[in-house]
Design a protein around this ligand. Sequence first.
Ligand SMILES: *Cc1c(COP(=O)(O)O)cnc(C)c1O
Length: 362
Amino acid sequence: MARVINFSAGPAALPLSVLEYAQQEFLDHEGTGMSLIEHSHRGAAYAKVHEEAKALLRELMDIPETHAVLFMQGGATAQFALAPMNLRGPGESADYIMTGTWSNKALAEARITGDARVAGTGEVDGTYMRVPEQAGLELDSNAAYVHMTTNNTIVGTQFHRFPDTGDVPLVADMSSDILWRPIDVSKFGLIYAGAQKNLGPAGITVLILRKDLAGRSPDTIPKIFRYKTILEGDSLQNTIPTFAVYMVRTVLRWVKAQGGARAMEKRNREKARMIYGMIDGNPDFFRCPVEVDSRSVMNPVFRLPSEDLEKRLVADAAEAGMVGIKGHRSVGGIRTSMYNAMEPESVQKFVDFAQAFAKRHQ
Ligand SMILES: *Cc1c(COP(=O)(O)O)cnc(C)c1O
């Protein structure tokens, strides 16, 4: 078996030990004589997985009692539509902080069902090479909530400080950086994240919801789309993708065994230092378009002197067993996504490879 080093932006690499664990007990889940995916979502075997997944996320993110952990389907994209439908009352407006493709999609969905305004943007001449500072925000104190994308998977920017929104709940799409380091969850009204980047496989979306906000869900939206329903039903109002939750649970066990959120931060910063060190150390060949204090720890992006050389790097890397480094089609260039599961040794291997490539082509 030859496993490659997978720098894909998502679905993304998972810890090998997690994949092996799932494989090893796939046919017989904890001695029950059947696979977890054959168990009822209301049975004891799955209930244990469900409870452990929630408890581990609570422990690892230090989630306060005021907040609930929920699971939904439809990805982060469904939350672009559901957050405004649930949290914004009739006649109310919501504030959006614009940082690229994903926040644009979130804003567009919010505008289908009501009022949403731009409260700040990182856009300059059509590109988003930095995230806005607090001073650049014009927040509406009557807004139903403020929406932000904490890590911008495509353009390679990340908020390293969260905006202060006062009494207005902060809603964050953390799809590509949830659990990358410790954060103060109490500052957020809602955090949502598709699992397939930092938490597990595609198919499940994790929500961390301040419980009182579930009271806002109006009766005018279908029951299955109300946060209130999901909270009251403990995410089991209908059949949940049991295997996806099981994988998230197993990834969270791995995070805990590594030392939790603090250990993830140390590991992720170390990887970022390697990549950005390589880029900044050879400015004649590598160039990161993102402003230094907005650089993403999870999705570093960079350019080479020509698109031909970028194509060549992608092809040579694949030959050397490193895949998924092609930048998003909307921005081009190179992107090395390195979520929690990415091993520092793998990043070092890529850096050595890219430096040798630079030497050959400089
Ligand atoms: C990947 C991604 C999404 C889209 O997630 P889906 O689960 O495919 O809907 C949304 N926001 C961010 C920040 C992402 O990285």
